[in-house]
Structure formats: structure tokens, C-alpha cells
Design a protein around this ligand. Sequence first.
Ligand SMILES: Nc1ncnc2c1ncn2[C@@H]1O[C@H](COP(=O)(O)OP(=O)(O)OP(=O)(O)O)[C@@H](O)[C@H]1O
Length: 260
Amino acid sequence: MTADPFAPHALRTTPGIAAATTDLTKVHGSGDTRVVALDRVSIEFREGEFTAIMGPSGCGKSTLMHCAAGLDSPSSGSVRVGTTELSALDDRQLTQLRRDRIGFVFQAFNLLPTLTALENITLPLSIAGRRPDQQWLDRVVAMVGLSQRLGHRPAQLSGGQQQRVAVARALASRPAIVFGDEPTGNLDSRAGAEVLGFLRESVRELGRTVVMVTHDPVAAGYADRVVFLSDGRLVDEMTRPTPDRVLDRMKAFDTRAHTG
Ligand SMILES: Nc1ncnc2c1ncn2[C@@H]1O[C@H](COP(=O)(O)OP(=O)(O)OP(=O)(O)O)[C@@H](O)[C@H]1O
């Protein structure tokens, strides 16, 4: 069994939870500019589940994702990744946890232009001084359909192909959880559908856990469940969403905003 470098900080928590927040509150600024971006949000992201986070602009989606992924620190409340309580980690341990346990896919592809697709995919592992698990890597590369393009540089790839490289990079370290922040925001609908299909497959075929922030009901339709935030609070949840049901739910927010 491999030693868990985070074991000293491990807590007893429910098995099967990839990440969770408890009473997570995040306040930005102070005085006149004080904004409560998250107000006591408690949520669990179960292993092997694809969750979409939705809600009106400014409701706290990105803040929730950033806190859950250890990119931002809570004002109060707690965040766990697996059994690790993030507040117990120092900066170095937090960096290590993000590198080893979490994958990220952002709206901007964030690839290094001078590196090939393969080099971009394995860069986080190279930085960590880890050798890729070749079998896993082959599986991931085949899944995203990049086997024939591993020697290409980003400029030689379409936007959709670049985002596929980013998805493969996010999965390369076999992370417990992959966070996506509007991963299809820069793609046309066909390329977006492909990337969403790969995120879905990484849950179904590769057993990963995916959490995605999106504005798009069609994108949310790929998830197993959608959670809705409003004014920094968790207000609703939908399992087995369809784009139409998600759209109807989003319209309810609009109606309330206009009549409230
Ligand atoms: N660094 C910051 N400093 C001050 N206020 C911030 C900061 N980051 C976010 N906020 C505020 O916190 C609230 C939540 O922002 P957040 O970006 O999480 O919302 P969002 O739902 O992701 O929005 P969008 O859908 O527009 O991206 C907003 O009112 C925002 O203006």
C-alpha cells in the first residue's frame, strides 16, 4: 500500500465522497466593498459522479469551485478533498494536493505553445518528478482521440483539440476529482459536445469525479446532478438533468430577479 502523504491530516469522513464543504463561507473585501460570495454552503461531491454547478452571474459558482479545489481559502467553514481537511495543510502541502489529487480544465486552454500535445499533457507530472503511468496515459489519450496528434503544438490544433489536450492533462495524474470552470465556454457547440462527452466518459469509463461550473443548460445536461446557487447559497439540486428542465429552473431565477 502506498503511504498517504496527507494521512496526518486525515479525518474520518463518509466513504465515497471525493470532496465536500461544510458551512463554507467566503467574504471578499471589507467595509463598503464587502461581498459575501458564499454563505454557509455545505455540499458533497460523491465519487464517480458528474456534478454541474449553475446559477445566475455573481452567485458564487467560481468561488465555490476555487475553494473546493484549494485555489482559494474559506473565510470560515471547512473543505475536504477525500479525507483531507484543507485548512490543516500548509502552502507546500496544498500545492502537492492540488497537483496529485485534483485536475483542472479552464475556459482558456492554458497550454504552453512551445510544447507538443504530449509534453503539455505530461507537464504537471514532469514538474512533480513523477513518471506517467503509461497504461493510464494511453487510455486517456485514446479516450480523447489524440493518439495521432501527440506531436502537434497547440497552434497546429483546433480549439476543440486543444481543450481535449487540457482534459487529458487534467486526467494524467489519475486525480480523485476534476474541476472544470466553463470548460466549453470558448468552443463551438460541436467541439463543446465532444469535450463534455469526454468529461462524461472520464466519470463512466475511468471512474473519476467531475465538478463543472457552467452557464449552459445543454452542458449541464451531461451531468448526473446539477446544484443551483443563488446569492451565495445552495438553493436547489436536480438529479438526471435534461437541458429543458435545467432551462426551466434557470428561468425561475430570472422571474424572481425581475419580480423581486
Ligand atoms: N476577488 C474578489 N474580490 C472581490 N469580490 C469578488 C472577488 N471574486 C468574486 N467576487 C464577488 O463575489 C461574488 C461571487 O463571484 P463569483 O465569481 O464566484 O460568481 P460566479 O457565479 O462564478 O459569476 P459568473 O457566472 O459571472 O462567473 C460576486 O459578487 C463577485 O463580484
